[in-house]
Design a protein. Structure first.
Lengths: 112, 117
């Protein structure tokens, strides 16, 4: 059974520092990996999607890498801002219907 | 593009009543829709997968008679919580994948906060 783990569970950094969020999964047979952002009481905002054949994706200050063979993905957020404060979730697609398996998330606080 | 809406955003109901939550894909046709439940400070737990015109596939431990899912069209899926009890209070989120898309990317609704008193 696929298990997704996110480390750390919580992270607090001063504004301007780079953020590094880790995600690991136990079964490398994935279709893709997605990173999401969730603000308190809100739904999910998709940040980046990396297909299983890709190694990384970039969008603005965000960069996500994928090493499928080792079951790891890392989300980098450059020059963090207080507005980046949120919970970040990673999830892997495990079947052809698109079923997602989520990690527990990393709660990020960026202090001014 | 790829917007998913949910209605209502918040609902409070009395114990024993039923509540229906709608999930709509506004600008695309959805092959598959998913329903998740999220407890406070926890991650999303997949409840069921629904395909238009077919019976939903429920995850282990989810009561299909309590959580009725209907996917009547390619743009609408509904989740009905029957005979709701306080332990059903939670944040329910739906998502959808685009018909014909092979990226398997899911687009999420804003969620519905259910409180059962």
């Amino acid at each position: 059974k696929q298990e997704v783990t996110q480390i750390p569970a919580a992270l607090s950094v001063p504004e301007g520092e780079n953020l590094v969020l880790n995600c690991s999964f136990t079964d490398s047979a994935i279709y893709n990996l997605q990173w999401f952002r969730q603000d308190p009481g809100k739904g999910l905002t998709s940040l980046l999607l990396i297909q299983s054949s890709q190694r990384e994706q970039t969008s603005g200050r965000l960069n996500a890498s994928l090493d499928k063979s080792s079951g790891r993905s890392t989300l980098y957020i450059a020059a963090s801002q207080p507005g980046d404060s949120a919970t970040y979730l990673c999830a892997v697609t495990t079947d052809s219907w698109g079923k997602l398996q989520f990690g527990a998330g990393t709660q990020v606080v960026v202090t001014p | 593009g790829a917007v998913v809406s949910q209605h209502p955003s918040r609902v409070i109901c009395k114990s024993g009543t039923s509540v229906k939550i709608e999930c709509r894909s506004l600008d695309f046709q959805a092959t598959t829709m998913f329903w998740y439940r999220q407890f406070p400070k926890k991650s999303l737990m997949l409840m069921a997968t629904s395909n238009e015109g077919s019976k939903a596939t429920y995850e282990q431990g989810v009561e299909k008679d309590k959580f009725l899912i209907n996917h009547a069209s390619l743009t609408l899926s509904t989740l009905t919580v029957t005979s709701a009890h306080p332990e059903d209070s939670s944040f329910y989120i739906c998502s959808a994948t685009i018909q014909g898309s092979y990226s398997y990317e899911q687009y999420f609704g804003p969620g519905t906060r259910l409180t059962v008193t």
